[in-house]
Design a protein around this ligand. Structure first.
Ligand code: ADP
Length: 606
């Protein structure tokens, strides 16, 4: 019989308002969901057949039981008894095996669909612009991919198969009950609904209390963590709020007492209700069976079979009451995933790319009346910027924080697209180049050089998968980092990152420079580290940059005086506009903004 601890009632759910809101905002077309499953039509049909078969075969047991009680036992018919008991065993074994196959099919289909979605979402999100990732809250994208797509599995395996099997069980059982005794079936129709209603109410109540209790418990834990940590205690002591925190804690703890009691009682009540119902409903049936008017002259075997069937009806009926909620949450899941898949790709491949061999690029970079806004309604971050960087020359971008240096440099690598004007390389608009080609022409070394959590060798090879070890070493030498790597116990096989060797900022930047060297880009965009490096590191980084910059067009967001001095051109940005342009000497002579900046830098450097 149904186990009394979790007879379906424990899973009673209330709809999640967030799911509803999600669906209201972006409804999901069923056709689109169906299309995901279309390739698996065959296994899905097989799955349905299996579910129906398993539920139907399961119904044979009560009839066999009736045979045992009414025929085999009273008449001492051993042969019949053996057959009937064998049948009961066979039914259990067959339904169990069918269940295993059912799980295999549903999990396989679920996982395949999940795999497709996961891959699609990953690919699509990777194509999103940098702006998308700076806009989205950290971790949200990752959680979307892992949790929402992961939730798919339960949609297919639990929701869909549970609905199918519960519906067939309920229908089959109802028919079988009617066949056994239509009078008692009518009685069930009267008795069952209130019993199920009561069970569900109790289960929902208990769920609410449990949720409330968990929230309070988490709050209490938070208070302990906050109130008894070094910084929390320090804050409490300096603000004199210690007693207040204690009082607050006492109140929360006191509230929890009541909640815990209610929660325990609710659990107990739920069990009690279930036990009472599971005893009472058959009792009512036995009673009815005693009266000729309701029994219709039924045998004992029929009565036992009937009560057995009826008990088996409880659980599927209970879970069918959750179908609405489950469908809503599944659809909300799809809605969220589709939402990601439907995001427009802001920076995409050109429709008709201009063919260009990266090796033949000369490297002239032009900004032509470039304007940029992060936000359509926001302020101009760049406004009417026109600059020409001759092949092989260096342009240093200077200006106070927020003047637009980073943004301007990012336009060359198409990390953003200008909202006005254009950026060209050798006269070709960067938007007309294939993204892969552009990436081979323009190399970017940012301040925060990102290294993958793998060996140094793999980090370098990431830039050029076919690079030989000799090439890698040559690049590292040029970037002034070979000696350091070679001195490590594991050399180039040292693992980088939190669980490996921790490199300093300057070292990381040099590894990044080596990585860029391997790609041999004609145009280099550099973001010098703002944080002060010690003299020796600074010299090493500078030497590395000098080697890497040789013969390339370099656009550098400069902070170091030495870099700025030696640049062929210096563009002083102010509020997104080029305020001054020239080389160090001429700008100094002008005695304007640059001269003042230089004064500050000189003081800082001193
Ligand atoms: P700089 O490199 O000179 O410090 P940036 O190019 O980083 O300047 O920033 C220029 C302006 O654009 C600043 O006002 C900054 O607040 C704004 N900005 C930078 N990044 C974003 C972003 N992702 N979204 C919105 N505004 C941004």
């Amino acid at each position: 019989m149904a186990d009394h601890d979790s007879p379906g009632g424990g899973r009673a759910r209330r709809p999640d308002p967030a799911d509803r809101a999600q669906l209201r905002e972006s409804p999901v077309s069923l056709r689109r969901v169906a299309a995901l499953f279309a390739p698996y039509r065959l296994p899905l049909v097989a799955l349905t057949v299996l579910i129906v078969a398993a539920s139907t075969i399961g119904l044979a047991s009560p009839f066999l039981l009736r045979l045992v009680i009414d025929e085999a036992l009273p008449h001492q018919d051993i042969t019949l008894l053996l057959w009937a008991v064998g049948g009961i065993l066979a039914v259990t074994v067959v339904t169990a095996v069918l269940g295993v196959i059912q799980t295999l099919l549903s999990t396989t289909v679920g996982q395949r669909v999940m795999h497709t979605l996961r891959t699609d979402v990953f690919r699509h999100l990777q194509r999103q612009s940098l702006a998308f990732f700076t806009r989205t809250r950290g971790g949200e994208v990752q959680s979307r991919l892992i949790n929402d797509v992961g939730g798919m599995q339960s949609v297919v395996t639990s929701t869909a198969t549970a609905v199918a099997s519960n519906v067939t069980t309920v229908v089959g059982t109802a028919v079988a009950m009617a066949v056994l005794s239509w009078r008692l079936s009518l009685l069930s129709v009267v008795v069952l609904p209130p019993a199920i209603w009561l069970t569900r109410r109790v289960a929902l109540l208990r769920r609410d209390i449990t949720t409330q209790r968990q929230r309070h418990l988490a709050d209490l834990h938070g208070q302990v963590e906050e109130g008894l940590s070094v910084s929390g205690v320090l804050l409490g002591k300096t603000l004199g709020t210690g007693p207040l925190a204690s009082a607050h804690f006492e109140r929360s703890s006191h509230d929890l007492v009541g909640l815990e009691v209610r929660s325990q009682l609710a659990g107990r009540w739920r069990m009690a209700t279930m036990n009472i119902l599971f005893a009472a409903i058959p009792a009512v049936i036995y009673l009815a069976a005693g009266f000729p008017a309701t029994s219709g002259g039924m045998t004992i075997g029929t009565l036992v079979a009937f009560t057995g069937l009826q008990a088996g009806l409880f659980r599927p009926l209970m879970s069918l009451l959750n179908v609405g909620v489950e469908v809503t949450s599944s659809m909300a899941l799809f809605s969220r995933i589709f939402g990601y898949l439907d995001l427009p790709v802001e920076i995409d491949e050109p429709a008709a790319p201009v063919a260009l061999d990266p090796r033949e690029v000369v490297g002239e970079v032009r900004f032509e009346k470039v304007g940029f806004r992060y936000d359509a309604e926001g302020p101009d971050v760049l406004d009417d910027v026109s600059l020409v960087v001759a092949p092989g020359s260096t342009l240093a971008l200077v200006g106070e924080t927020g003047s637009g240096k980073t943004t301007l440099a990012a336009l060359v690598a198409r990390l953003h697209d200008p909202t006005a004007g254009r950026v060209s390389i050798d006269g070709i608009d960067v938007r007309d180049l294939e993204l892969g080609t552009l990436a081979r022409i323009v190399g970017v070394v940012s301040q925060e050089s990102y290294l993958l959590h793998t060996t140094i060798r793999e980090n370098l090879r990431y830039a050029k998968p076919e690079a030989t070890d000799a090439e890698i070493e040559r690049a590292a030498r040029a970037a002034q980092i070979h000696e350091l790597i070679a001195a490590l116990p594991q050399g180039y096989d040292t693992v980088v990152g939190s669980r490996g060797h921790r490199f300093s900022g300057g070292e990381k930047q040099r590894i990044a420079l080596a990585r860029t060297l391997l790609r041999d880009p004609r145009v280099l965009v550099l973001d010098e580290a703002t944080s002060a490096l010690d003299n020796e590191t600074e010299r090493a980084v500078q030497a590395a940059i000098d080697v890497v910059a040789r013969g390339r067009t370099v656009i550098t967001i400069a902070h170091r005086l030495s870099t700025i001095r030696e640049a062929d051109q210096i563009a002083v940005l102010h509020r997104g506009r080029v305020a001054e342009l020239g080389d160090h000497a001429s700008l100094l002579r002008r005695g304007g903004r640059y001269a003042r900046l230089d004064g500050t830098a000189a003081t800082l450097a001193a």
